[in-house]
Design a protein around this ligand. Structure first.
Ligand SMILES: C[S@@+](CC[C@H](N)C(=O)[O-])C[C@H]1O[C@@H](n2cnc3c(N)ncnc32)[C@H](O)[C@@H]1O
Length: 221
């Protein structure tokens, strides 16, 4: 995992409160490379973030980790893993009882390595296929399912509909701010959802911005 100098911003008040009672996730995640200026440059050049890193806003990752710790997340499924950096970091931090991934492994098409720990239960394929449902049905409930695969409105809605019908405690969505045109569908779905919703939206400090380019939404019925 490539290292990078972290550029921490000021924690938000609620993050500070959580950090004071739990682990210091700013420190625990400081060694990983998140979406920063080099990722952004590659994204603008190629239309994809052609880099082996966590496709996360560090500030949101930290608060998300605090939320996971506070909510005793012990099993985790990530739909859309890119090179596997986020799921691997979370597994290292939380030593999940069960961890699973679903992806078509598009990153490998772009010549990037996809690395997962051997104990990760990997479904390689389209998360909208009946084969995904059969794979999911063969497993117990997940505490948290992160939906970060197909970002089109139809795609993310389909992931939501499929996974809401399968056993879970929480569903999460990445990119709820719809900052880029290719994530606008996630915002549209997020805004339409009822139920209990938590938003983790923080300035993208590593891009020098005062607003989020991503955003994480956590949902339960
Ligand atoms: C934005 S990346 C995921 C980023 C990752 N969660 C992270 O935090 O670094 C999106 C991923 O979704 C996968 N993907 C897109 N559509 C998919 C689908 N229908 N089924 C499974 N995987 C899909 C792509 O292969 C890609 O790896």
């Amino acid at each position: 995992m490539a290292g990078c100098a972290s550029q921490p911003g000021s924690p938000t008040p609620e993050a500070g409160i959580l950090a004071s009672v739990g682990r210091d996730f700013r420190q625990l995640t400081a060694h990983v490379k998140c979406w920063d200026r080099s990722t952004q440059a590659l994204f603008e050049q190629h239309g994809i973030p052609r880099e082996d890193c966590l496709l996360q806003n560090r500030e949101e990752l930290i608060v998300w980790c605090e939320w996971m710790e506070a909510h005793h997340i012990r099993s985790y499924l990530e739909i859309g893993i890119w090179t596997g950096q986020t799921i691997s970091l979370l597994d290292e931090l939380f030593t999940f009882k069960r961890v699973a991934a679903a992806d078509t492994l598009a990153a490998s098409v772009f010549g990037l390595p996809v690395r997962l720990y051997p104990h990760v239960n990997l479904y390689r394929g389209d998360s909208h296929d009946p084969a995904y449902v059969a794979w999911r049905q063969s497993q117990p409930a997940f505490d948290l399912v992160m939906i970060d695969g197909d970002h089109s409105y139809e795609g993310v809605r389909r992931d939501f509909e499929i996974n809401r019908a399968l056993p879970h405690r929480f569903l999460a969505f990445h990119d709820i701010t719809g900052h880029h045109e290719n994530t606008a569908g996630v915002k549209q779905l997020w805004d339409e959802l009822g139920g209990h919703k938590i938003e983790i939206v923080r300035p993208h400090v590593e891009l020098g911005l005062d607003h989020s380019t991503m955003g994480i939404g956590i949902w339960r019925a």
